[in-house]
Design a protein around this ligand. Structure first.
Ligand SMILES: [Zn+2]
Length: 270
């Protein structure tokens, strides 16, 4: 059925809508990831505890119809909800097109969809709490281990796949671990170091160096902007995890772009 569907123009639309629905689930995961508790239970307005009915929970559409406000108390609904839904809609559109036609295709695409979902969840949680919960880093590690196993299975030189993953994890967690030690945890958190173990293993050493480079550049630009506009001072802590998560998604979704940046900046050196 899915194969027949991919022949029609409807396939991207259905994929996008499915992405919105998963995105709406990710919002629940984020909320529970911050406040603790299970993913089950009814969704309520965080301001007045009104139980949200079916039509108020339709991804994106409800936010637009309600104009971003709770129907009962009129308080603003966080823009995080539609943004996460939209982001994941586009992620599925990019990763799922064209539709994988083989088991191997699915074994590559599906973990990528899960990995980006976890990175999106970590992005928002770190932004809001300055923490990267271990649960999500462990989940990420399990999926990355599966990806490395698939690569190992299909590779001509299996040991090379393992060395590549180990080198990526070592370089990523090593560089951030060193900064963590030197700044005594003020520059970056231990969660950032742990995050780079699965992310480094997934990307391998070269892309991991690019990931760190892009993250530090973006972090510097944002910190500079916040300082200049007086929204922050030298003592304001800015979480680094969101930059790492966003850069990782960039490397995963736009590898050619990152490769061009690498060529431009470093030529043949890395
Ligand atoms: Zn309300």
């Amino acid at each position: 059925m899915l194969v027949a569907l991919s022949d029609t123009g409807l396939y991207p639309l259905i994929l996008f809508i499915f992405g919105l629905i998963v995105g709406s689930f990710l919002n629940v995961v984020i909320l529970r990831g911050i406040s603790g508790g299970s993913v089950g239970g009814r969704s309520v307005c965080p301001h007045c505890d009104k139980t949200l009915r079916g039509w108020e929970l339709v991804p994106l559409v409800s936010f637009i119809i309600l104009r971003g406000r709770c129907q009962r108390c009129g308080k603003e609904i966080s823009v995080q909800y539609p943004l996460v839904e939209l982001s994941y809609g586009f992620v599925l559109l990019i990763v799922g097109t064209p539709l994988p036609q083989s088991a191997l295709g699915w074994a590559i695409s599906l973990p990528l969809m899960i990995i980006i979902a976890v990175l999106l969840v970590l992005f928002v949680i770190d932004l809001k709490t300055m923490l990267l919960p271990d649960t999500f880093i462990i989940l990420l590690s399990v999926v990355v281990a599966f990806v490395v196993a698939v690569r190992w299975f299909v590779a001509d030189s299996a040991p090379l796949v393992l060395y590549w993953a180990a080198a990526g994890a070592l370089i990523g967690a090593g560089i951030l671990g060193l900064i963590w030690l030197l700044t005594r945890g003020r520059g970056i958190g231990l969660g950032d170091v742990k995050l780079l173990i699965p992310v480094g293993a997934l990307l391998g050493p070269i892309d991991t160096i690019m990931l760190l480079f892009v993250s530090f550049m973006a972090g510097g630009v944002v910190a500079g902007y916040l300082l200049l506009t007086k929204q922050a001072n030298m003592k304001t802590a800015i979480p680094f995890g969101p930059f790492l998560c966003a850069a990782a998604v960039l490397v995963l979704l736009a590898p050619q772009f990152v490769d061009q940046v690498r060529q431009l900046l470093f030529g043949g050196y890395i």
